[in-house]
Write a protein that binds this ligand. Sequence first.
Ligand code: FAD
Ligand code: UQ1
Length: 415
Amino acid sequence: HHSCKVLVVGGGTGGCSMAAKFADKFKDQVIIVEPNELHYYQPMFTLIGGGIRSFEASKRLMRDTLPKNAKWFQENVMSFEPPQNQVTMSSGDTVQYEIMIIAMGLQLHWEKIPGLIECLKDNMSGVCSIYGSDTVTNVFPKIARTKSGTAIFTFPNSPVKCPGAPQKIAYIAEDYFRNQKVRDNVKVVYNTALPVIFGVKKYADALWDVCKQRNITVNVQTNLIEIDPAKEEAVFQKLDGSNETFVEKYSLLHVCPPMGPPDVLKKHPSLTNEVGFLSVDPKTLRHTKYSNIYGIGDCISAPNSKTMAAIAAQGKVLYKNIMDDLAGKPMTMAYNGYSSCPLVTGYRKCILAEFDYNLKPLETFPVDQGREYFFTFILKAYVFPLLYWTLMTRGKWDGPEFFRKYSSMIKKKEI
Ligand code: FAD
Ligand code: UQ1
């Protein structure tokens, strides 16, 4: 039975970066509970799917990624006992904490689409997904094999991590078909359960233009509900109130699976909101009921877009707020909902969306980021991964706020 000053549940992006920050401050007083042997840089999965980066570049040993001056238990948290400031791990051991940070991410629900799991396992089927560490390497071979028919890309009826990724892979595949001179024989379709192509109007307008120019069919309020592997047919349901279903034949089907908060969290209604996300104040990121519990990343109730870029901004706020609180001072920092999504639109271009809780653009660079650029593609493919492994996992990357302030000064001087 163990105890610590700061307990971090989950050693992914949010957990690792927060553990690193606190382990620097409180040496050997931080415990991380994380079951996985490997740590993935998930934003690279999109590029692996496009044959742009290697799977190897996306993964490291968890042991080499988590901070050395913290204690790691390679286990699952099985239950929370907040009144006792305690969690129980898979071994049956308990950990007591002064402060707990929950960073458990999202759970993928492959099982919610009948037919999906068996199709993904079948190398000969046209069904693939960049969302799983065990499915991502199959994506590029399946795209490369597609020479005719319909390539369908889906977005589910649930919150997802990196809501741009399901369409990025569509743009990359479309570009690939073009380069391979098979584009005329392949119909490219993006079917999304959402009523919009993207939540922020400025970037949505830009993406509609991309789709129109490149003859990509976009169907909104169109939700994948089943796959028939034998017939190579996907079943969709319209979410426009009619609930009508229809089938579409595919030669390639890229699926973004439904997602939701981890089951372990859902078991504890006192910790979550009505749909099972960790209930935190959207500004301070402190739990709404328990004052020594905090949350970061994909598992929290804050209504930001769930990305790594958001976590960088959240981490800065969370660290400062917890330090203030420990010092008996009021919390002074508020998270503004910053999130960012590098919308890769082809092999050499990208629209770098950045925005806040109000879905208003909040751009870093002194250019119009609603347009496609090569430099933003280079950032996404080569600079952000480097930033991640060298700075963010060590608790030393708080997002581009500093650059943003600097470039808005440049912009103002221009006027
Ligand atoms: P995760 O990093 O998923 O970590 C959660 C951790 O909690 C896991 O390691 C898990 O093992 C652990 N855990 C779960 N249950 C338990 C338990 N019971 N006990 C202990 N530990 C547990 N973001 C961007 O900013 N830009 C992008 O371009 C981008 N592209 C993406 C593309 C794809 C295909 C994907 C999948 C994601 C992308 N993201 C992107 C999103 C980004 O990767 C995630 O938002 C981020 O990694 C979430 O971090 P997290 O710490 O909340 O969760
Ligand atoms: C970011 O900070 C980040 O974390 C390393 C990402 O993760 C993959 C991102 O995709 C983006 C866009 C950012 C934001 C950074 C800049 C310079 C705009």
